[in-house]
Design a protein around this ligand. Structure first.
Ligand code: ADP
Ligand code: ADP
Ligand code: SF4
Length: 608
C-alpha cells in the first residue's frame, strides 16, 4: 500500500480468543497467501519490538490495501481495528509513534518565550503526547518503533521551523516544566491535607499572596483539599502551577467550573507570566472566547482521535479560530468538518408560540441565618424552549433550580407546579462499576430504539464507549453519558448544569444541538447553566440572568430575550463583544478600547 494510510489496533479491544480471527480470515491479501494480518508471536520471533499479547493481531501497513478495503474493520466484532488514509498533503514522517499499529503524532506545537501558544483540537489527538515530548519526558522515535532518535535527529527534522529554537534550548539545557492537569476533580485523590499546605509547597516564585488574592482563594485556603468544589479546585490548581518557577508552563484546560470573570482573571494571570516574566506558556482550551483572549498564536490539532493526530504550524489566533469554525484549514488545504459552525449577528426573534409550562410568583429564599439570600422576579417558562442561565458562581442558580423542582421550599412565594425535572449536576460523580449500556438502559426503555439512537446516542458519540465501565471513562466521556442520562429521562423540564465542561469544541456543538433538538421535538423545556459564551449563544432562545454578590445575595430576572438578557448580563460584568467580520463569531473587546467605549455608551454589549 498505500504509504499514505495507517493501521491501528486497539490492544484493549482485540480479544482473539473470542473472535476466531475474522479479520485475518477475510483479509484479501491474506487470502492470496500474503502475511498482511498475522499474530504478534510471529513478529516476536522475528525480533520485532513487541506490544500486546502473542495472540493479538499485527497488521502490515506495507501490504494492507488501505481504507478503501477496510474489510477487517467491518469484520472485527470488538471494533478493535482502524485503517485510515492519512491526508495526501501530509508529506512528513510522524514525530512519534507509540508502537506498531498504534497512535501516530505528526507535528509539534512550538512554545515561545514570552508568548502564550494555544492548541485547539479534539480530545484524543495527541496534545498530551506532544507535551510529554516538549517536557522531555518522552523521547520521540520519529515513527521508527524501538529506536530513540535522540534530540539531534528531531532537531534535524524540525530545522527551519518555529520549533527549532525551543528544541535547541531543550537539547542544550535543562528545561523545567510546570503543568496544570486537565481533571482537577482528581486532585483530592493525589493530595491529602490543607489547601494552604499544597499551595505553599509550590510557591517557588514567592507570589502566593498575590495569586490567592486575585483568584479569590482566601475563603477556602484553610480548608482541606477534599472539601473544595470543582471551581475552587480549578483556581487552586492554577495558582499552584503559576507559582512554580519554570521555563515552560503547560495548562490543560483552565476554564471548566469557572464563571466568566474567573475565566478572564485566569487568562490575565497566564498572559502576565508570559509578558512580564518571559516564560513560555502552552494552553489547551476549548472555550473559544477565552482562547481568543489568551493566546498569541495557536496550533490546530486534527486527525482521528485514538489513531493519528496532526498538529499544524502556528497560525494567528484570529485566523486559526476562524478556520477551525469554518471546518477548512487554508494553508493545509484540509477539510476537518463538513459544515461550518455559525453564529447569528443579530438577536433571534423570541419564539413566543410555546405554551407556558410553569408560571411562578416572586420568590425569596435564604439559608441559615441569612448568610445567603436569593430573590427571584416572577416569570414563566415555555414549552419547547431552551433557557440559557447565566451569572457568576455562588449567586443562587442551583438554589433557584431546586425551588422550581420543588426540592427546596421557598420562604416567600410558592411554585405551584407538578413537574418532573431531570437534572444533570455540574460535578458528575459516577462510581458505579457498571457498563455505559447497562446504565443507560436502566434509565430508559427507549434505549437502542432508532429514535433514541438518532437523537441522543449519535450526537453524543456514545457508540464507541457503550461497552466501557462508567468508572473508566475520561472527563469528556463521562460528561456525554451524564447529558444522555439526563435527556433520556421522561420529564417536563431538563436542567443541565455546565454541560460544556471537558467537552472539546466539536462535542460542545454536537451536545448543544442535541439539547435544542430534544427540547423542540419533545415539547420539553431545557434550562442550561453554562459559562462558555459560544455555547450560550448557540443554545439559548431566552436568558435567565443572575446578578448580585456571590455567596451573599443573588437576584434573578424573569426570562428575557437574547438582546436584553445579554445586555443585562454583560453590563454587570462590564464586558462588551464585537463580531468577527468573517464568521460573525463574538470576540471580547479590549477594556477601554474605542469599540468597548462606544458599545457601552450605546448600551449594546453583545449584538452591536
Ligand atoms: P489528547 O491529549 O489530545 O487527548 P493524548 O496525547 O493523551 O491525546 O493521546 C492520544 C492517543 O495516544 C490516545 O488516544 C491513545 O490512544 C494514545 N496513547 C497515549 N499514551 C499511550 C501509550 N503510552 N501507549 C500507547 N498509546 C498511547
Ligand atoms: P450557584 O449555583 O450560582 O453557584 P448556589 O445556589 O449553589 O449558587 O449557592 C448560592 C450560595 O448559597 C452559595 O454561597 C452557597 O455556599 C450557599 N448555599 C447553597 N446551598 C446551601 C445550603 N444548603 N445551606 C447553606 N448555604 C448554601
Ligand atoms: Fe487486510 Fe488491510 Fe483490508 Fe484490513 S484493510 S482486510 S488489513 S487489506
Amino acid at each position: 500500500m498505500a504509504d499514505d494510510s495507517i493501521a491501528v489496533v486497539d490492544l484493549e479491544q482485540c480479544q482473539p480468543d473470542r473472535c476466531n480471527y475474522e479479520c485475518a480470515n477475510f483479509c484479501p491479501p491474506n487470502r492470496t497467501g500474503k502475511e498482511c494480518i498475522t499474530t504478534r508471536d510471529e513478529r516476536y520471533d522475528e525480533g520485532e519490538p513487541y506490544q500486546g499479547t502473542e495472540d493479538q493481531v499485527w497488521i502490515s501497513e506495507e501490504i494492507c490495501l488501505g481504507e478503501s478495503c477496510g474489510i477487517c474493520v467491518e469484520k472485527c466484532p470488538f471494533d478493535a481495528i482502524q485503517i485510515l488514509n492519512l491526508p495526501q498533503e501530509l508529506d512528513e514522517e510522524p514525530v512519534h509513534r507509540y508502537g506498531e499499529n498504534s497512535f501516530a503524532l505528526y507535528g509539534l506545537p512550538a512554545p515561545e518565550e514570552g508568548r502564550v501558544t494555544g492548541i485547539l483540537g479534539p480530545n484524543g489527538i495527541g496534545k498530551t503526547t506532544a507535551v510529554h515530548i516538549l517536557a522531555d519526558e518522552l523521547t520521540p522515535n520519529l515513527g521508527e518503533i524501538g529506536t530513540e532518535s535522540g534530540w539531534d535527529a528531531v532537531l534535524d527534522a524540525y530545522r527551519g521551523t518555529a520549533l527549532q529554537e525551543y528544541l535547541e534550548a531543550m537539547r542544550d539545557e535543562e528545561m523545567t516544566v510546570a503543568r496544570k492537569p486537565q481533571y482537577v476533580d482528581q486532585i483530592p485523590d493525589q493530595f491529602d491535607g490543607a489547601t494552604r499546605t499544597l499551595l505553599e509547597q509550590t510557591d517557588e516564585r514567592d507570589v502566593l499572596d498575590d495569586l490567592v488574592d486575585r483568584l479569590n482563594i482566601g475563603p477556602v485556603i484553610d480548608q482541606d483539599i477534599d472539601t473544595l468544589s470543582g471551581g475552587e479546585l480549578q483556581r487552586v490548581a492554577l495558582a499552584a502551577t503559576l507559582a512554580r518557577d519554570a521555563d515552560f508552563y503547560f495548562l490543560d484546560e483552565v476554564t471548566p467550573y469557572l464563571d466568566i470573570s474567573q475565566r478572564m482573571t485566569a487568562a490575565r494571570l497566564i498572559r502576565e507570566l508570559a509578558e512580564d516574566e518571559g516564560r513560555s506558556m502552552l494552553v489547551v482550551e476549548h472555550d473559544l472566547a477565552i482562547l481568543d483572549l489568551l493566546a498569541d498564536a495557536i496550533h490546530i490539532g486534527y486527525g482521528q482521535p485514538g489513531a493519528f493526530g496532526i498538529i499544524t504550524p502556528p497560525k494567528s489566533v484570529k485566523n486559526g479560530i476562524n478556520e477551525y469554525l469554518s471546518g477548512y484549514l487554508e494553508n493545509e488545504n484540509m477539510r476537518i468538518r463538513e459544515t461550518d459552525i455559525e453564529f447569528e449577528e443579530h438577536a433571534p426573534a423570541t419564539n413566543s408560540t410555546g405554551q407556558t409550562v410553569i408560571e411562578y410568583p416572586a420568590l425569596e429564599k435564604s439559608y441559615g441565618d441569612g448568610e445567603f439570600s436569593l430573590s427571584a422576579d416572577s416569570g414563566e417558562i415555555r414549552e419547547g424552549e431552551v433557557l440559557g442561565v447565566v451569572g457568576p458562581n455562588g449567586i443562587g442558580k442551583s438554589t433557584f433550580a431546586k425551588l422550581l423542582a420543588g426540592k427546596l421550599d421557598s420562604d416567600e412565594g410558592t411554585v405551584d407546579a407538578d413537574l418532573d425535572i431531570a437534572y444533570k449536576p455540574q460535578y458528575i460523580d459516577i462510581d458505579q462499576p457498571m457498563r455505559v449500556d447497562a446504565f443507560l438502559s436502566s434509565i430508559t426503555n427507549d434505549f437502542g430504539s432508532s429514535y433514541w439512537t438518532t437523537e441522543i446516542a449519535q450526537p453524543l458519540q456514545l457508540d464507541p464507549i457503550m461497552e466501557q465501565n462508567l468508572t473508566d471513562l475520561s472527563g469528556g466521556e463521562r460528561q456525554r453519558v451524564a447529558i444522555a442520562a439526563c435527556l433520556s429521562k421522561d420529564a417536563d423540564l431538563y436542567l443541565l448544569d455546565e454541560p460544556s465542561a471537558h467537552l472539546d469544541v466539536e462535542q460542545r456543538v454536537r451536545a448543544t444541538s442535541a439539547i435544542r433538538r430534544y427540547a423542540e421535538h419533545n415539547d420539553a423545556t431545557a434550562m442550561v447553566i453554562d459559562h462558555d459564551i459560544y455555547v450560550i449563544d448557540l443554545l439559548s432562545d431566552r436568558l435567565l440572568v443572575f446578578d448580585g454578590e456571590p455567596a451573599v445575595q443573588g437576584h434573578v430576572t424573569p426570562p428575557q430575550g437574547m438582546r436584553e438578557g445579554m445586555n443585562e448580563f454583560l453590563s454587570n460584568l462590564e464586558i462588551t463583544f464585537r463580531r468577527d467580520e468573517r464568521t460573525s463569531r463574538p470576540r471580547i473587546n479590549k477594556p477601554g478600547s474605542q469599540l468597548d467605549r462606544e458599545q457601552k455608551n450605546a448600551g449594546e454589549y453583545y449584538y452591536a
